[in-house]
Design a protein around this ligand. Structure first.
Ligand SMILES: *[C@@H]1O[C@H](CO)[C@@H](O)[C@H](O)[C@H]1NC(C)=O
Ligand SMILES: *[C@@H]1O[C@H](CO)[C@@H](O)[C@H](O)[C@H]1NC(C)=O
Ligand SMILES: *[C@@H]1O[C@H](CO)[C@@H](O)[C@H](O)[C@H]1NC(C)=O
Ligand SMILES: *[C@@H]1O[C@H](CO)[C@@H](O)[C@H](O)[C@H]1NC(C)=O
Ligand SMILES: *[C@@H]1O[C@H](CO)[C@@H](O)[C@H](O)[C@H]1NC(C)=O
Length: 391
């Protein structure tokens, strides 16, 4: 009876209070998250997420400026809430690779609609994993630091990610995603530490990013449509890459990609499109690379349709991926090798409608060189090195 009375009392007197407290911030500390950087705070984080997710009011989950050990964790939707903000002043520390079990992702958002992630510092603690990979095949699969799957209306702002075991940030099967002011850092020799990978997603913007890592700065996988990349500084790393494509015979294309106002410093590649030299029904259509500065870049402009590392599963085959409509506008700077512009296209699916405008790439203070195979298109304005496109 007392219990009934109690719950009746709380319904009558405390529900308004409860509602206002849901309306205001949730603090992970209130859910028992220990900020010693050692005790696993996953349970508390997930409880805070569940509270925000079940509410229908805009909810901010606050992570104070402390160090939390976490994960792997999955923040799962669908939620009743389409306005969740994760305000992170915290440093989040990943488990070592042996403790990750088979999780492919350290921090994952799945089926979420309407989320802002503000701030935060993710330490992926990749170095022991990279070392293990250097000497052994028995190191667990590794993990991506932040993965966003099957979600929409997502904003990630001013997040820093360092030393991911594999890729830093993954956007997969999403739409309407903005990554703004993201900072990424890993050593230039760290293997497979892509900065940002986008795949099977529509309407993604990557703005004002600084990415120094061991693999691609940004890589763009199959099924990416309407991707806008602007004001990004890359290097060290492997540059911005569309591909590898033609991984599979049946593959979605890449369409409408703009890369603008980007600086590459000491990267292996600048702007690259690459596909395995294998059959595939994938394609690349409608790409613009504009206002790009190359500083000592090994391969500033590349289309490689004969990608075939270790000569496995591809020699003597031609890429089926059609590359059609790629513009290079206002691209200048220095190449670290003689050939600054290399279009190595497939004889069976040649590159079409390539357009060059105002290019100036030098090698050791002299004009660099260009090389074309099966590449068709037009050149306008000053083009250094001279265009080798076929009309
Ligand atoms: C959403 O609200 C409904 C009705 O209140 C509830 O049953 C459900 O558990 C909530 N969903 C989540 C994800 O919290
Ligand atoms: C691989 O790692 C597992 C788990 O750490 C261990 O049990 C196994 O003995 C290792 N295998 C080899 C061949 O080193
Ligand atoms: C992100 O950082 C920029 C530059 O420091 C700052 O102007 C902006 O207000 C920050 N955004 C948020 C949402 O904190
Ligand atoms: C992509 O963004 C545009 C412009 O904001 C919008 O009109 C369109 O509906 C979006 N497409 C999808 C599939 O969300
Ligand atoms: C190309 O760049 C070099 C080095 O910056 C400069 O000296 C040269 O004038 C430029 N050429 C054109 C055509 O703009």
């Amino acid at each position: 009876m007392a219990r009934v009375m109690n719950s009746l009392m709380s319904s009558v007197f405390f529900i308004p209070l409860l509602l206002t407290s849901i309306d205001a911030d949730i603090n992970v500390a209130d859910f028992g998250a220990k900020a010693d950087g050692k005790t696993d705070a996953s349970e508390a984080f997930l409880a805070a997420w569940a509270a925000a997710c079940s509410s229908t009011k805009p909810t901010t989950i606050y992570l104070p400026a402390k160090k939390y050990f976490l994960g792997p964790v999955v923040f799962r939707g669908p939620c009743n809430n389409s306005r969740i903000t994760l305000q992170m002043d915290a440093i989040l520390v990943a488990p070592d690779y042996q403790e990750m079990a088979s999780s492919e992702n350290w921090i994952m958002f799945d089926v979420v609609d309407g989320l802002s992630v503000i701030g935060g510092y993710l330490d992926g603690r990749g170095s022991s994993f990279w070392k293990c990979k250097g000497v052994s095949n028995n190191c667990s699969a590794g993990s991506t630091s932040l993965a966003i799957y099957s979600s929409k209306n997502i904003v990630v702002q001013n997040l820093t990610s360092i030393n991911s075991k594999l890729g830093h940030i993954l956007v997969h099967t999403c739409r309407d995603v903005v990554l703004q002011g993201v900072r990424i850092r890993a050593p230039d020799q760290s293997p497979h530490t892509d900065g940002i990978h986008v795949q099977n997603s529509i309407n993604v913007s990557i703005l004002n990013a600084g990415i120094k890592t061991g693999d691609d700065c940004i890589s763009i996988g199959q099924g990416t449509t309407n991707l806008w990349i602007e004001r990004v500084a890359c290097g060290p790393g492997h540059g911005i890459s569309i591909g590898s494509l033609a991984k599979d015979l049946e593959e979605e294309g890449v369409e409408n990609v703009v890369v603008q106002s980007v600086v590459f410093t000491g990267t292996q590649n600048g702007v690259r499109i690459k596909s395995w030299g294998r059959p595939s029904n994938g394609y690349v259509k409608g790409v613009v690379f504009k206002k790009v500065l190359m500083k000592n870049v090994n391969n500033p402009i590349v289309i490689d349709q004969n990608y075939c590392p270790r000569n496995e599963n591809c020699p003597y085959q031609d890429s089926g991926v059609e590359v059609n409509g790629v513009s290079y506008i206002d691209i200048e700077g220095t190449s670290a090798t003689q050939v600054a512009l290399n279009f190595d296209c497939s004889p069976t699916s040649p590159c079409k409608e390539i357009s060059l405008q105002d290019i100036n790439l030098t090698y050791q203070n002299k004009p660099a060189q260009s090389s074309c195979q099966n590449a068709f298109g037009v050149a306008r304005g000053q083009i250094v090195p001279p265009s080798c496109l076929l009309k």
